[in-house]
Design a protein around this ligand. Structure first.
Ligand SMILES: C[S@@+](CC[C@H](N)C(=O)[O-])C[C@H]1O[C@@H](n2cnc3c(N)ncnc32)[C@H](O)[C@@H]1O
Ligand code: SF4
Length: 447
């Protein structure tokens, strides 16, 4: 049975808080409002060089959609068990796609500021494939001057050989998908790794000496208890990663976890949102006691001055982002666009000489302002001066109604410096953001 959960904040929110569904906001406007009709806008922006001396930073996202097996909770696009030749063909596709983009007037003279390899499981590629992919991409667009190159790894696939290739190609930040350090929880979530794999991977990663290592965790996984979570977090803290990211489990309707639950096949109800928020709150408090600093709604770092997350900070500040790979999305010169979400179609479009685009959304001035405001809130604060400077707007006046409602509920504070979320607000930030959207975007599906 799918139940909404009534808690003290529900009345502030546009919809009942259901256990199932996606709440995480990656960007604005919602993906469901992007259309094929607007693809002409992509051709328009790609055809124009950026104004001299005035281009924002540019990032590259590379989607690697392969996993050993799909985890029960995961909603990212990836394929399990693909043979090597399919992965090789996909690498060819990525190289061709970047080459096509790099020839457009909009991108031809731009230099990359940050790069992110996400998935799927990028660390599943063999050392040979990694060499070909990372070397091939850099031959098209150099990343000698980048501020950060992040690479997502899953514990079982971390080997010294793969790490050596990543280091040689300038990867600066490893993000390791640990999720939890409890074998029962990991098994029940359909993960292929166990805690012993994390320990082995961790030793290899530390020996390779990457400047920043992030550990991804999830609260709310099946079988988790407060005690198992606390014990796992203690072990993570003992590992001393530079950054710890903690997501609250989402249960999207296209996942096995959702289906098991709907069909009554899960022995225990999944944790509800207030429980997940309370557990994340405890985890943040524990990290803070041990010297970490909370830097966003999802992450704590050991040293904020050194352990930046450029990919996130730059995107949230309005940087351009080119996303390549199946289903990847981009944001260039105020236009969002997304690739087709099917591997065969993605490759077929590229081999026919086309960009594999599916839908787009050209943002109005107002939508850009809202996009940047909600993305800044995910970092915990939106400074008034930044919005006066970039948009000529006083955000305290512009968003006065939702801001006063959330301030009265203790979710944020405002002063002449701007808006700062309280810890309570930060823990539920993705639930608050639709209140800042244009009316027509407030009740639409997100994806
Ligand atoms: C693409 S995955 C990371 C890399 C690698 N595939 C792995 O799982 O170890 C990115 C992160 O998204 C998070 N994630 C995936 N599914 C989620 C869900 N349903 N709810 C919350 N976080 C989720 C996990 O923490 C995961 O590490
Ligand atoms: S969580 Fe990671 S390993 Fe699991 S299916 Fe998703 S992308 Fe693959």
């Amino acid at each position: 049975m799918i139940r909404g959960r009534a808690d003290v904040q529900t009345s502030l929110w546009p919809a009942e808080e259901s256990l199932a569904g996606n709440y995480f906001v990656s960007t604005y406007p919602p993906f469901s409002t992007w259309t094929e009709d607007q693809l002409g806008q992509v051709r328009r922006v790609l055809g124009q060089p950026p104004p001299p001396g005035d281009a924002p930073p540019l990032g590259l996202y590379v989607h690697v959609p392969f996993c050993v097996k799909r985890c029960d909770y995961c909603y990212y696009l990836s394929y399990a068990g693909k043979p090597t030749r399919d992965v090789d063909a996909y690498i060819d596709g990525l190289l061709r796609e970047l080459d096509t983009f790099a020839r457009t007037p909009a991108l031809a003279r731009r230099r990359l500021d940050f790069v992110y390899f996400g998935g799927g499981t990028p660390s599943l590629l063999t050392p040979l494939q990694l060499n070909r992919l990372l070397g091939g991409l850099q031959a098209v667009m150099s990343w000698t001057e980048v501020r950060e190159v992040t690479f997502e790894c899953a514990p079982q696939s971390v080997t010294p050989e793969r790490l050596a290739v990543l280091r040689e190609h300038g990867v600066t930040r490893i993000s390791l998908g640990v999720q939890q350090l409890d074998d029962d929880v990991l098994r029940r979530s359909g993960r292929v790794h166990l805690t012993a794999d994390v320990e082995r991977a961790w030793l290899a990663i530390r020996s390779a000496d990457f400047p920043i290592v992030n550990v991804d965790l999830i609260v709310g996984l099946p079988g988790e208890t407060e005690a198992s979570l606390d014990a796992g977090l203690e072990r993570v803290i003992a590992m001393q990663p530079e950054s710890v990211t903690i997501y609250q489990l989402e249960i999207p309707q296209n996942t096995p976890l959702f289906r098991h639950w709907r069909d009554g096949e899960t022995p225990v109800e999944p944790a509800d949102w207030p429980t997940k928020r309370a557990r994340l709150d405890r985890a943040f408090a524990r990290l803070e006691q041990r010297g970490y600093v909370v830097r966003s709604a999802y992450a704590a770092v050991r040293d904020p001055a050194r352990h930046a997350f450029v990919y996130q900070d730059a995107q949230y500040a309005g940087a351009d982002l080119l996303g390549i790979g199946v289903s990847s999305f981009s944001y260039i010169a105020g236009v969002h666009f997304q690739n087709v979400a099917d591997l065969e179609r993605y490759l077929a479009r590229l081999s026919g000489g086309d960009l594999p685009l599916q839908r787009a959304c050209a943002l109005s001035w107002q939508e850009r302002l809202i996009r940047e405001f909600v993305l800044q809130l995910k970092l915990g604060a939106a400074g008034a001066a930044r919005f006066r400077h970039r948009f000529g707007v006083d955000v305290l006046e512009y968003f006065a109604e939702p801001l006063s409602r959330f301030a009265a509920a203790g979710l944020l504070n405002t002063d002449e410096g701007g808006v700062t979320l309280t810890r309570e607000g930060l823990l539920c930030v993705d639930r608050l953001l639709p209140a800042f959207y244009l009316d027509r975007h407030r009740s639409v599906r997100y994806t």
